[in-house]
Design a protein. Structure first.
Length: 435
C-alpha cells in the first residue's frame, strides 16, 4: 500500500491510498476462483469447471466487483497499522470510502475519516461545585450500636413517670402539612427510642416530659435535603398520643458481648466505636459522591467547549438513547410512543426526538470532556487498580477473586475506561474539597 495523499479538509481527514499491485492481483485471483466455484455450466460439475472455460464466462468487471470490497478491507487494516496515520486525531469508525480509480492493474481508494473535535475543558479548581468531606458524630455511632444490640434489650414498663432520654415510647402519630394529612405521616403503636435521632430533628425532644395517655401537637421542619421532595424544608404538625413508656436496659458492652458482633480485630468498646465510625464514614462518602458527581458532570457540560459534534458520535449516542427507551417500553409492555407520552411526559415523538438531539449533545459533551481531562491529568489504570477492584467485587459477592477475574477477562478494556472515569471524579472531588 502507498499513501498518495493525506489531507485535513475541514472536519475530515482524507487519505488516498494505492493498493500494492501484487496484492491487488492476488485479490482478483481469489475473486475469480470464488466466482468460478459458483458457475453452473452444462456438462461440468459445479466447482470442477476448467479454468479456461471459466475465464470465457467471467468478465473482468465481475472479477473487480468481487475483489474490491475485500481489498478495501485490507487497505483499511493497513492504514490503521501505518505509522503515517495519526489514529488519535480521527474517529476510526467514522469512515466513508470512495473508489477514485480502478482497473485490473491498479486500485486507488479515498478513505474519509471524521476528525476528533477540539475540546476545551474548564480548570478543575474553577468549578463552583462544593464538596464537604462527611463527618461522623458520636450520636450516629451510639445509634448504630443501639441497632446492633437491640435484640438484647430488656424492656420494663414505666407505669408512672414521664418520658426521658433513653426510654422507649410507644406512640400514635399523624402528620399534617398545611393542616392536611400527608402520605406516610401516620402510624399506630410505634416504638420510638428517645434520643436515638432516628426521627426528624426536634421530634423526639418534644416528647420528653410527656406521660402515658398524654396527647400533644408538636411542630417540626423537615430537612432541606429530605428524600421526599414534597416535604423537604416544610414545617409540619404531628398529633401525638403516648400509649406506653418503657425503660430500656441495654447489655453491658464488655469484651464478651462485643465478640458476638464478629467484627475482625474488634474486642473492646473503643475498637467497636472506631470500626462502626469508619463504616458509617465510608457509607457517607459513597452517598456524598453519588450526590456531587451529577453536579460536577452538569458543570463540565456547561463549561466545556466542543468545536463541533461529529455526526458519527451523535448518531451512536442517539441510537443508544433510543435503544434504552425501546427496551424500557418493551419491559413496560408499551409501544415506544406510549412510553414516551405516559412515562416521560412528551406530547409526541417529534417533541421527544428534539429532546433526544439535545440530550445526545450534552451526553457527548460530557464524554469528550471526561476523555480530555483524563488525558490532561494523565490518569492511568494500573494492575493494582484492577486487582483492587476484583477483590472488592469478590468480597461483595462472596466469590473467589479468580472467578471474578475470569468474568472480566473479555471486558478488561471496558473496565479500564470505567475505572479511569472513577479515578477522574475522585481527583476532581479531592481538588474541589480542598478549596
Amino acid at each position: 500500500m502507498k499513501i498518495l495523499s493525506n489531507k485535513i479538509q475541514g472536519n475530515y481527514t482524507e487519505i488516498i491510498v494505492e493498493a500494492d499491485k501484487k496484492a491487488w492481483t492476488n485479490q482478483q485471483e481469489k475473486a475469480f476462483k470464488n466466482l468460478a466455484s459458483k458457475l453452473n455450466i452444462q456438462g461440468f460439475r459445479k466447482g470442477h469447471i476448467p479454468l479456461q472455460v471459466a475465464k470465457s464466462k467471467i468478465t473482468e468487471p465481475e472479477i473487480i466487483n468481487q475483489a474490491i470490497n475485500p481489498m478495501i478491507d485490507e487497505l483499511y487494516r493497513e492504514i490503521n497499522s501505518s505509522k503515517d496515520f495519526e489514529k488519535k486525531n480521527v474517529i476510526v469508525d467514522a469512515l466513508n470510502v470512495d473508489v477514485k480509480k480502478v482497473d485490473k492493474n491498479s486500485l486507488e481508494v479515498l478513505f474519509k475519516f471524521e476528525n476528533y473535535p477540539t475540546i476545551e475543558t474548564p480548570d478543575i479548581k474553577s468549578l463552583k461545585v462544593k464538596y464537604n468531606l462527611p463527618k461522623v458524630d458520636s450520636k450516629e455511632v451510639d445509634s448504630e450500636i443501639s441497632r446492633l444490640s437491640k435484640n438484647d434489650w430488656m424492656l420494663g414498663v414505666k407505669e408512672s413517670g414521664i418520658i426521658a432520654n433513653g426510654d422507649m415510647a410507644n406512640i400514635d402519630f399523624e402528620g399534617f402539612l398545611d393542616d392536611k394529612p400527608f402520605a406516610g405521616g401516620t402510624a399506630k403503636s410505634f416504638d420510638l427510642e428517645i434520643g436515638s435521632g432516628s426521627f426528624i430533628p426536634g421530634f423526639e425532644e418534644q416528647l420528653v416530659g410527656l406521660k402515658k395517655g398524654d396527647k400533644k401537637d408538636i411542630f417540626v421542619t423537615f430537612p432541606e435535603n429530605y428524600h421526599e421532595k414534597s416535604l423537604a424544608g416544610k414545617k409540619t404538625k404531628f398529633a401525638i398520643t403516648v400509649n406506653e413508656i418503657k425503660e430500656i436496659t441495654k447489655p453491658a458492652m464488655d469484651a464478651e458481648y462485643i465478640k458476638k458482633f464478629n467484627f475482625p480485630n474488634v474486642n473492646t468498646l473503643d475498637e467497636l466505636r472506631k470500626h462502626i465510625s469508619s463504616q458509617i464514614l465510608e457509607m457517607k462518602k459513597l452517598q456524598a459522591r453519588d450526590q456531587v458527581v451529577p453536579l460536577i458532570s452538569q458543570e463540565l457540560i456547561e463549561k466545556t467547549k466542543v468545536s463541533y459534534f461529529p455526526e458519527s458520535l451523535i448518531k451512536d449516542e442517539k441510537n443508544r438513547i433510543m435503544t434504552d427507551i425501546q427496551n424500557k417500553a418493551s419491559q413496560a409492555k408499551k409501544t415506544t410512543e406510549e412510553y414516551i407520552q405516559q412515562n416521560l411526559g412528551f406530547k409526541d415523538l417529534i417533541e421527544f426526538n428534539k429532546n433526544v438531539n439535545e440530550t445526545a449533545n450534552k451526553n457527548l459533551t460530557l464524554v469528550l470532556s471526561i476523555e480530555k481531562l483524563i488525558e490532561i491529568l494523565k490518569i492511568e489504570v494500573t494492575e493494582k487498580d484492577l486487582n483492587d477492584y476484583f477483590e472488592k467485587v469478590a468480597k461483595y459477592y462472596g466469590a473467589p477473586v479468580d472467578q471474578i477475574k475470569k468474568q472480566f477477562a473479555n471486558r478488561k478494556e471496558g473496565l479500564k475506561v470505567f475505572l479511569s472515569q472513577q479515578k477522574l471524579f475522585d481527583e476532581i472531588i479531592k481538588q474541589i474539597s480542598s478549596k
